[in-house]
Design a protein around this ligand. Structure first.
Ligand SMILES: Cc1ncc(COP(=O)(O)O)c(C=O)c1O
Length: 412
């Protein structure tokens, strides 16, 4: 039997300078240099899979771009995907279209918490979690993750349940990042069960962001928060989207899964109050193609990403950089504290770590501290790129570090 053709060309750079994509075109603004290798924004460099681009091309050829609305086919595509990929059966009535995951979190905060209420997040975490809480006039509570040894010997983030139990007493909501960006944890059933139990005890509603749900490494499975929520009798819902998995983030569109009819009604009212519309022609086309034709794709993609992950881990083996072995996401969290370079977000004079990566190594990574204080001294690298880009980035990194070490040893 011949192997199936990959659904995309993992060697081709689909994004390029001048294409309007943030990753390339905002380099000057973010890094003060246009020529860094961009390994920051969480989207992929290679093209979306062929079954998505073909469906979009077909739709484009129609020339019909009137107002769009999800049909029962779109909803069936979603429920089929959740059942097939995640063993997560949901009824069609539970699906609520949203313009994106972060906008849905903003609406959830407005709908289900009171002005000034405390909302818990778990830093280091995807940085809009901070802003979306502040933007709604709510108070942030940081339940920081802690690094501990895992049973397999690697250091990984774990949740601080003792602190969470205390913080939940006077909070109204928890924004959960499941799987976790930037640490790459795919939270397991025991961990999520503990979250659900604590939140149920203190009537804290959980909004579970599962946008990275399909991106687990070989042998690891995503646990939907739904699996533990019912037993704990916790108030919750999940928001997710196909954009990370199929590299269609710029097209937009996502959905919430809300089994509780009361919660769904209240959320729906909030969404309608914003007059956001129900979806774009292209978002819905991409979603349907992805979810009905892409069952094989996450594994195909993550095999490529795992290869890049292994190359980075190998390349930094004798540098003072410790990658945190990820279970999910195409993002790798690098502990650079051993490099001895200072890292402060607010003081441009005190960004030695960031400046080393930009000025000496020519690399545009995400600075760890933007994910919150526990990210100080870390950098996040995006692995969803052709392998030659990763190899070039690692060569530049090694060369820059060796040069720096050599200049330190040279007598003055
Ligand atoms: C954890 C997490 N949530 C949400 C998003 C963005 O979602 P959206 O573009 O649908 O708002 C990202 C993008 O990187 C993410 O990593």
């Amino acid at each position: 039997m011949s192997a199936r053709q990959p659904s995309t060309d993992f060697t081709r750079l689909a994004q390029y300078p001048g294409s309007g994509c943030e990753k390339y075109d905002r380099r000057g603004e973010i890094f003060s240099r246009d020529d860094v290798i961009p390994l920051w924004v969480a989207d992929m460099d290679f093209p979306a899979p062929d079954f998505v681009t073909e469906a979009l091309a077909e739709r484009l050829a129609d020339g019909a771009f009137g107002y769009a609305k999800p049909t029962s086919e779109h909803v069936e595509a979603i429920t089929g995907w959740l059942a097939g990929q995640h063993d997560w059966p949901v009824g069609p009535e539970t699906i609520v279209p949203v313009p994106g995951v972060v906008p849905a979190m903003a609406m959830a905060i407005r709908a289900f918490t009171s002005p000034g209420a405390r909302v818990i997040i778990q830093p280091p975490v995807y940085f809009p979690f901070f802003q979306v809480v502040r933007d709604q006039g709510r108070e942030l509570v940081e339940n920081r993750l802690v690094e501990r040894d895992s049973p397999d010997g690697s250091r990984r983030y774990q949740m601080d349940f003792e602190a969470l139990e205390q913080q939940a007493r006077d909070a109204e909501m928890l924004l959960l990042c499941n799987p976790h960006n930037p640490g790459g944890r795919a939270w397991n059933e025991a961990e999520l069960g503990e979250v659900a139990a604590i939140c149920a005890r203190h009537d804290v509603m959980v909004i579970s962001d599962e946008i990275h749900m399909d991106l687990t490494y070989p042998g690891i499975r995503h646990t939907p928060f739904a699996r533990v929520a019912a037993a704990a009798d916790c108030r919750w819902f999940t928001v997710t989207a196909p954009g990370k998995t199929f590299n269609t983030a710029g097209i937009g569109g996502g959905y919430a899964v809300i089994p509780d009819p009361q919660v769904r009604k209240r959320f729906d009212r909030e969404c309608r109050g914003m007059h956001l519309g129900e979806g774009s022609v292209f978002g819905l086309t991409a979603l349907k193609a992805a979810y009905t034709q892409g069952a094989h794709w996450p594994a195909e993609l993550m095999r490529h990403v795992a290869g890049n992950r292994d190359r980075v881990i190998e390349a930094v083996r004798d540098l003072p950089i410790e990658p945190m072995a990820p279970e999910a996401t195409y993002l790798l969290w690098l502990d650079c504290r051993g490099m001895g370079l200072s890292d402060a977000a607010s003081d441009p004079e005190d960004r030695a770590l960031q400046r080393f990566f930009i000025d000496e190594a020519g690399l545009g990574l995400s600075q760890g501290i933007i994910f919150g204080e526990p990210g100080r001294g870390y950098m996040r690298i995006n692995l969803a790129t052709p392998t030659r880009v990763i190899d070039r980035a690692m060569a530049q990194l090694r060369e820059a570090w060796e040069k720096r070490m050599a200049s330190r040893q040279r007598p003055a």
